[in-house]
Structures are given as structure tokens and as C-alpha cells.
Design a protein around this ligand. Structure first.
Ligand code: GRF
Length: 186
């Protein structure tokens, strides 16, 4: 299965996908990493892993529609079948949603529908929630609102942010590749 990974930052989930492919746990080929920030660390990871990457600056385009048309063309040329969001901090617009209907997924660090949006871990802890967790979901036009594919949670009361964050990332790095494999097997 040919995929593109969209990311804005560190890219540890991208790395987990690369590692899962190398370990034959995930039958996929990353055709392109797309970053909306030319300095995102994920681009260095891509280079090291020998994965093609592309970065762009959204503000240099007149509209989301225009940069998504540009992205769509690139992805289609490469035969990309699924878009995997991994820390991509932008909403996907109608152009890509239409071109990749039910073929865009995201991972979010909360037990959705609780705590969508930015700093979900901070939101979870600030609310005094009993559980923190991770959700993999289909992407729609909303912010972390698409239908849920997989979820994992753990008790969090009284634990510190660093510990919780660490556990979230551990879960993400297992759950995302495993969930992608299930989706691609369907
Ligand atoms: C992850 O926590 C993911 O759930 C959220 O953004 C973070 C990205 O981390 N959407 P990384 O860039 O993959 O390390």
C-alpha cells in the first residue's frame, strides 16, 4: 500500500511507521513525507531513512484550495493511496478530502471525543480526567471529529505530565502501525 505521511514537527510517529515497515510488521511504502514547515525535524528523519520528502509554506499560497491542489497532484503522480497524518497541525480541506475519501487517517493523543484540538494531553490533565489515551480516526473536515478506528486508554489520575506523555507516545508508536496494517488488509 502506497502512503504519504503528513507531519509538522518531530516525526516520532513517522519513525515508528518506517521502523514497522522495516520489521515487516506493516506492508506499506512511504512514497512521500509532506511537511508544512521547512524546518520540521521529520524532514531530517526522512532523509536519514531514505524517504522522499517535500515541504511547503502554506502562507505562500493564496488559499488552502491552491496548496491542496498542488499536493494532490504530487500524491496522485506517485500513486499514493492513503494519507497518514502524524502530527500534522492543519485541517484538511475539501480538495484532499474528496480526492482521498475515507483514505485519510490521523492519530490524536486523547480518548476522543474528549479533548480534541491542540495540547490534548494538557487538556486531559487539566480536566482531572481519569484516563488518558490515544485515538486513531478517519479524517473529516472537523478538528479530530472523524469516525474512530482504534483507541487505547490508561489510568492517569495523579500522574505527572512527563510520565503520561511518555506512555502516550509508546502507545502511539505501537497502535498506529498496527492499525494501519489492519486498514490496509481490509
Ligand atoms: C502525536 O502525539 C500525535 O498524536 C499528535 O501529534 C503528536 C506528533 O508527534 N497528533 P510526533 O511528531 O509523531 O513525534
Amino acid at each position: 500500500t502506497k502512503i504519504a505521511v503528513f507531519a509538522s514537527g518531530n516525526g516520532s510517529n513517522f519513525q515508528a511507521i518506517v521502523d514497522a515497515i522495516a520489521a515487516n510488521k506493516l506492508a506499506a511504502e512511504i512514497m512521500l513525507v509532506v511537511a508544512d514547515k521547512p524546518k520540521a525535524f521529520v524532514l531530517e528523519r526522512a532523509k536519514k531513512s531514505g524517504v522522499a520528502s517535500f515541504s511547503f509554506v502554506p502562507s505562500e499560497y493564496e488559499s488552502k484550495e491552491l496548496y491542496e491542489e498542488m499536493l494532490k497532484e504530487k500524491l496522485q503522480k506517485l500513486g499514493v493511496e492513503w494519507i497518514v497524518l502524524a502530527g500534522y497541525m492543519r485541517l484538511i480541506g475539501p480538495v484532499l478530502l474528496r480526492a482521498y475519501e475515507n483514505r485519510i487517517v490521523n492519530i490524536h493523543p486523547s480518548v476522543l471525543p474528549a479533548f480534541p484540538g491542540k495540547d490534548a494531553i494538557g487538556q486531559t490533565l487539566a480536566a482531572g480526567a481519569e484516563n488518558a489515551g490515544v485515538t486513531v480516526h478517519y479524517v473529516d473536515a472537523g478538528m479530530d471529529t472523524g469516525s474512530i478506528i482504534a483507541q487505547q486508554s490508561f489510568p492517569v489520575l495523579g500522574r505527572g505530565r512527563e510520565e503520561v506523555e511518555h506512555q502516550i507516545h509508546q502507545i502511539e508508536h505501537e497502535l498506529y502501525p498496527a492499525t494501519l496494517q489492519q486498514l490496509f488488509d481490509r
